[in-house]
Write a protein that binds this ligand. Structure first.
Ligand code: C2E
Ligand code: CA
Ligand code: CA
Ligand code: CA
Length: 278
């Protein structure tokens, strides 16, 4: 049954053809979305495990599609990477995140930093440092309130990574390695990178109460990071037991549904800032 009933011609690979069409449509949709301002940042608090204080937020992009509703990044970031649109999106994210932090600071709210996810292409683009420098000066935030999250795989080109990370740190921003533990990692290069934090991937945190090897991995990552002078953020913390385990393991910061899902700036301000100010 390779024949299309209506037109009678043969479609050899309907699945490929379908996904090709979807990709093109998606690319045009993303371009329109940028023009029409359909992207939004949600913020998820990062909490100091010792005292429960919010020390920062991670900015996570959402697409408010006019017909389809909210679309999650996993659905469009990969296509944006493939089509090169990610640079534009990524710059928008950086600007938006920095201006939001500035707004909070201008309203005399407690100072927190914002973490922004960088894509592979952004990281590899030669003007990254310049772009960030420009955003910092235009939004007038102190660089120490901006944190950049890169993944292990981006740092595979070790010499390049060492150079760029040094440049970024010289700007005064902070850097963390995201999804740590899922990729290729070597202690010897971690030592050479100018980074501040390791983020333990949520796939390890999920099962720490049941899976002894995950628990061991998490414990090992934390002590290794501390030996290298790095602080550790655990992501995907969903319940109290996981939090307790991480507390006992001397983890520094936690992030996850146990504290809050990612929420829009307004909700964040209402739920967390107003509470802290009381
Ligand atoms: P990520 O950087 O690893 O972000 C963490 C993801 O885990 C987020 O998904 C977050 O909503 C989710 N999460 C947080 N706490 C929990 C929890 O307790 N349980 C569970 N099950 N999930 C939790 P989200 O927002 O859908 O983002 C998915 C990925 O998309 C991110 O993974 C990141 O790789 C990418 N992404 C998001 N925003 C951006 C962006 O602005 N630029 C780029 N380049 N990538 C982005
Ligand atoms: Ca991240
Ligand atoms: Ca992650
Ligand atoms: Ca990720």
């Amino acid at each position: 049954a390779k024949s299309n009933g209506r037109n009678g011609y043969v479609i050899y690979d309907p699945i490929l053809k379908e996904s090709y069409k979807d990709k093109l449509t998606l690319k045009m949709d993303i371009e329109k979305a940028l023009e029409n301002d359909e992207f939004m940042l949600y913020y998820q608090p990062q909490v100091d495990i010792k005292n429960g204080n919010i020390i920062g937020v991670e900015a996570l992009i959402r697409w408010m599609h006019r017909e389809k509703g909210m679309i999650y990044p996993d659905k469009f970031i990969p296509i944006a990477e493939e089509t090169g649109l990610i640079s534009k999106i990524g710059e928008w994210v950086l600007r938006e995140a920095c201006s939001q932090v500035k707004k909070w600071q201008n309203s005399n709210l407690p100072l927190i930093k914002v973490s922004v996810n960088l894509s592979v292409q952004q990281f590899l683009k030669s003007d990254l440092t310049e772009v960030i420098k420009d955003i910092l000066s235009k939004t007038e935030i102190d660089p120490k309130y901006l944190e950049l999250e890169i993944t292990e795989s981006m740092a595979m080109e070790v010499d390049y990574a060492i150079k760029i990370l040094k440049e970024l740190r010289n700007l005064g921003v902070r850097v963390s390695i995201d999804d740590f533990g899922t990729g290729y990692s070597s202690l010897s290069y971690l030592k050479k990178f100018s980074i501040n934090y390791l983020k333990i991937d949520k796939s390890f945190v999920w099962d720490i109460m049941n899976d002894e090897s995950d628990a061991n991995i998490v414990g090992t990552i934390i002590s290794m990071a501390h030996n290298l002078g790095l602080e550790v953020i655990a992501e995907g913390v969903e319940d109290k037991d996981q939090l307790k385990f991480l507390q006992q393991g001397n983890c520094n910061f936690v992030q996850g549904y146990f504290f809050s899902r990612p929420i829009c700036a307004e909700d964040f301000q209402r739920e967390f800032y107003n509470l802290q100010r009381e």
